[in-house]
Design a protein around this ligand. Structure first.
Ligand code: ZN
Ligand code: ZN
Length: 352
């Protein structure tokens, strides 16, 4: 499927019920709306469980391998079979634990929907996982070390940027994202023009861009950043980046500020969190925004760098409480609207 393809296509779809393949000859009409089919095909594994043999499951195993849930030697392609074996079941369980999903060991609809969500390209399990906390670090717990009052510089690539959002607007978004982290730890971030000498190097890249972590076109992987003290911060140029959903109507629009805030967490040394509300959770739905640091993010980064003397837990807790109260009230008064949104989001992923 091609980018920008607005054709309606007719596709014969196989339905799966547990392990049993049913071929009703059902014809499903799917509207393809400026997107590719990165992980769309995974819908056909819905309800699969241990013992199933489904053609193409090897691709799903490669997805699990890519994000750290399987360790199959991939020097031989036929090491990835189409059998849902015990090793794959363990990987599914680990994935469900990491994403805070019900742990069923099966590819239930919630798990498949999460797998299909756009996400960060950083592996989920290249990290030290705490028994009692949800935040995590990269192996060896690397952090930036520049003395007690630390200033890290960042710069934008002079060549690898997008042109449909102005540079001043992009800079404003990143300034806000950096300032959120700076407000909780004793670290300052300063923008400089000299890209080669900056600690943090930000740019937009397409496909294979030379770091062994190729991007994959629209949706799928959105961005990735490297652990300290590497500083490379890469965004997938093929996404429809947005800073204002009022102006960008695409169903595939991705909030730049949310992704920027998440990737700065990696730059600082945080790995992925299993708390859905945390900024460091690995996936982000299109047209959604998650920019405010949660307690889990703050505890994680402060364990690496200490607290900013001006930071007060009480203000964060007060904010989280008022946020939760607002959510609860909203859910009580607008429960129909809320579930409609969930259904719409789910349908959106069924057709992407
Ligand atoms: Zn990430
Ligand atoms: Zn990269």
């Amino acid at each position: 499927m091609q980018l920008g393809d607005y054709n309606r296509i007719v596709e014969r779809e196989m339905l799966w019920l547990g392990c049993q393949q049913i071929t009703p000859g059902q014809v499903t009409v799917i509207t393809i709306d400026d997107q590719n089919a990165t992980w769309y095909n995974f819908t056909r594994f819905k309800d699969a469980e241990k013992g199933c043999h489904i053609s193409g499951m090897s691709e799903l195993k490669k997805y699990f391998q890519r994000f750290g849930y399987l360790s199959i030697p991939n020097n031989q392609n036929d090491n990835f079979t189409d059998v849902f074996d015990a090793q794959f079941e363990s990987a599914v369980i680990l994935y469900q634990q990491k994403f805070g999903l019900p742990v069923t060991g099966k590819l239930d609809s919630e798990t498949i929907s999460t797998i299909m969500s756009p996400r960060c390209g950083v592996s989920d399990t290249e990290s030290t996982i705490h028994a009692t906390k949800h935040f995590a670090y990269f192996y060896g717990r690397p952090r930036w070390d520049r003395g007690s009052s630390m200033t890290l510089t960042y710069a934008f690539s002079p060549t690898d940027m997008i042109d449909y959002i102005s540079l001043p607007e992009i800079k404003t978004v990143f300034k806000r994202s950096f300032s959120r982290w700076a407000s909780v730890i004793p670290v300052n971030f300063t923008e400089i023009d000299d890209y080669p000498s900056a600690n943090i190097k930000i740019g937009f890249f397409k496909g294979d861009h030379g770091d062994g972590q190729p991007f994959d076109g629209v949706l799928g992987v959105l961005a990735h950043a490297f652990s300290p003290e590497n500083g490379r911060f890469h965004l997938d140029e093929d996404e429809t980046w947005a800073i204002d959903f009022e102006k960008v109507k695409s169903k595939m629009a991705i909030d730049l500020e949310s992704v920027a805030t998440h990737e700065i967490g990696h730059i600082l040394g945080l790995a992925h969190s299993s708390i859905k509300e945390a900024v460091m959770y690995p996936s982000l739905k299109p047209r959604s925004k998650k920019v405010n640091l949660k307690l889990d993010d703050v505890e994680g980064v402060q364990a690496l760098y200490g607290s900013n003397p001006n930071f007060k837990y009480s203000s964060l807790l007060a904010y989280e409480n008022s946020y939760n109260k607002a959510i609860n009230l909203n859910q009580r008064s607008c429960s129909w609207t809320f579930s409609t949104v969930v259904v719409v989001v789910f349908i959106l992923f069924m057709i992407t």
